[in-house]
Ligand binder design. Structure first.
Ligand SMILES: [Zn+2]
Length: 256
């Protein structure tokens, strides 16, 4: 099973640009797609953490990348993630670049993050897409586990500063190319985002001030996220359902 997380991916950009995104289009045709309307706040560290612990933020207790001027690490989060549980039960699992912490978290993989885990500039964001894809392909070619989870973070950062610009679609194209390469290795696929995006003035939450050292913020997080499933039977309505879905797929009703 392959899970591809795309931070901030939204139907608002994907659907009108499907002619430029052939792999999204193919996957949508072959599988089923819908929206996740987040009941929890569209806040990246909390949502990614919920997705892979099956717990809401008040239960997993992880709220931000930095708390009291200190970078939060995996060890600080007192919750079991799906990869911990599967591994304990003999299921092989690897996770690459999962952005609930900074630098993004890796499980059973030794990946050196781009720009110390905080790529911001366009060339760094492009490099992240390329490096993550190359590393993922190496895993899939040489050491494919039962479950492989990989995530891309570039669209979140890009959308804040380039919402409404064509360059954003150019980056969706880069993700689409990566998607095409990865899905060739597995027939059981989930593609999911942690939240969507919209223009800054209509955003129901503000995750950044309107002006930052990098310039005016043009977009912000929206609670409508994307989900595409291919040959995955369970229904995913909220991020926590991803955990439940994977657990059931690999462990059945074992351990409740
Ligand atoms: Zn995000």
């Amino acid at each position: 099973m392959l899970i591809i997380g795309i931070d901030a991916a939204t139907w608002t950009v994907i659907k009108p640009n499907l002619s430029r995104l052939p792999n999204f289009k193919k996957l949508m045709e072959e599988g089923e797609y819908s929206s996740i309307y987040l009941k929890q706040k569209p806040w990246s560290p909390e949502v990614w953490c919920s997705m892979f612990t099956g717990l809401l933020p008040e239960k997993h207790g992880h709220h931000d990348f930095v708390v009291n001027d200190r970078i939060v690490k995996r060890e600080d989060i007192k919750a079991e993630f799906i990869w911990d549980i599967l591994d304990e039960n003999g299921v092989s699992v690897k996770a690459l670049n999962i952005p609930f912490v900074v630098p993004p978290y890796n499980y059973n993989l030794d990946f050196k993050p781009v720009a110390q885990g905080v790529p911001v500039e366009l060339d760094e964001l492009l490099e992240e897409i390329e490096k993550v894809t190359a590393f993922a392909l190496d895993v899939l070619n040489n050491n494919k586990p039962d479950l492989f989870i990989v995530a891309y973070t570039a669209l979140d950062k890009l959308s804040h500063f380039h919402w409404g610009e064509d360059i954003l679609v150019d980056f969706y194209e880069k993700i689409d190319i990566a998607l095409g390469k990865l899905i060739a290795y597995d027939d059981e696929v989930i593609v999911i985002s942690d939240h969507g995006f919209c223009d800054y003035d209509s955003a129901p939450v503000r995750t950044l001030p309107e002006r930052t050292p990098k310039g005016k913020v043009k977009g912000d997080h929206h609670p409508e996220a994307i989900i595409i499933r291919k040959n995955v039977k369970c229904y995913i309505e909220q991020p926590v359902d991803v955990f439940k879905c994977i657990k059931k797929r690999f462990l059945g009703d074992l351990n409740g």
